[in-house]
Design a protein around this ligand. Structure first.
Ligand code: NDP
Ligand code: OXD
Length: 315
């Protein structure tokens, strides 16, 4: 049995070293030039795998995403339909995401951009601030990441709600479910966070009409968006237009339709946009290798795989 890494954009040596530490006996192969006899490969782990690579593995038993999202795996038109796909659900990755979401909600809540602008001009201006309970944060996607972020924001004191396909019961977090409750969710939300995966029905969900439905009654005067889900969820031209029209106060964006974000994107230089390079939650090689090996061992023992992806739902 051999295991294959498919990592066109990540430092392969870091990942093979981590895997050697976690599972010294595992026969690790690397796409594209250390594949050996492909017939040996029964498990693979991938981040942004090029189309066709998975199909070229005749004895593959499980495909593992090295992140929480699986959109890059599912978009391969040649992907065999019968091989289970598992994704990462690990406290290390989840904790990193919550740090990012808490950081950026606090950044807007405490008007940090205004303080930094004032410092540039040597302006000592301690403007009025508001309490966390007065700011309504709405999280699209109340799954593993969304729930952890919601709980941490709730504990700081924010008024938190989540929107998901199915109704949730998270103490202290209001739950909205399905398209029928989307507008009500938006209407109560001052800071809209996306932690959605990328099934087709979420494409372009952060558009001008969505932005216009957000609350304008909050203490910041206009809504804020934070997207750490997937770039295809946002209509970038609509975000810029809404910012320029005063319909949106600010945006923090970690994910983009095209990554890396092209140098000519106006998002880079917009004074009220924070761009981060898809780093909200990084997959830590040793932690994630241990998680991958755990799943391989379970599968070898005939046990069910953890965190199987539902292909029909797309996440
Ligand atoms: P989960 O699968 O645990 O949660 C997904 C949530 O989204 C679920 O609550 C689901 O609802 C909800 N959802 C899916 N489709 C819809 C829809 N059409 N309408 C309403 N709700 C919907 O995923 P995770 O929390 O683990 O991860 C979420 C995403 O975060 C990843 O898929 C990835 O895109 C992104 N991510 C980004 C990272 C970064 O660094 N920027 C790092 C890690 C993840 P229900 O529960 O009812 O099914
Ligand atoms: C992930 C990601 O899905 O990094 O884990 O985006």
């Amino acid at each position: 049995m051999a295991f294959l890494f498919i990592l066109p954009t990540w430092p392969v040596d870091v990942w093979t070293a981590a895997m050697a530490k976690v599972a010294p006996d595992l026969d690790v192969r690397v796409w594209p030039d250390r594949m050996g006899n492909v017939a040996d490969i029964e498990y693979c782990a991938a981040w942004l795998p090029p189309p066709g690579v998975v199909k070229s593995l005749p004895n593959l038993k499980v495909i593992m995403s090295l992140g929480a999202g699986v959109d890059a795996i599912l978009k391969d038109p040649t992907l065999p339909g019968n091989i289970p796909i598992v994704r990462v659900n690990d406290p290390d990755l989840t904790g990193r995401m919550s740090e990012y979401i808490v950081l950026h909600v606090l950044y807007h809540h405490r008007q940090q951009r205004r303080i930094e602008d004032n410092q540039k001009h040597k302006i000592w201006n301690s403007f009025p601030t508001h309490a966390a309970k007065d700011l309504k944060v709405g999280i699209m996607g109340l799954g593993v990441m969304g729930t952890d972020s919601a709980l941490k924001l709730r504990d700081i004191g924010f008024a938190v709600a989540g929107w998901s396909q199915s109704r949730k019961s998270v103490p202290g977090v209001e739950s909205f479910a399905g398209s029928a409750e989307f507008d009500a969710f938006l209407a109560r939300t001052d800071v809209l966070v996306s932690l959605l995966p990328a099934p087709p029905d979420t494409d372009g969900i952060i558009n001008r009409s969505t932005i216009r439905k957000l609350s304008r009654k909050g203490p910041l005067g206009a809504p804020v968006i934070i997207n750490a889900g997937r770039g295809r969820q946002q209509v970038e031209a609509d975000i810029i237009a809404a910012l320029d029209a005063g319909e949106l106060l600010a945006a923090t964006l970690d994910v983009f339709a095209t990554e890396p974000l092209p140098p000519d994107s106006p998002l880079w230089t917009h004074p009220r946009v924070t761009v981060t390079p898809h780093c909200a939650a990084d997959s830590d090689p040793e932690t994630i290798c241990a998680y991958v090996v755990g799943n391989i061992r379970r599968h070898q023992r005939g046990e069910s795989l953890d965190n199987l992806v539902d292909r029909a739902r797309g996440y």
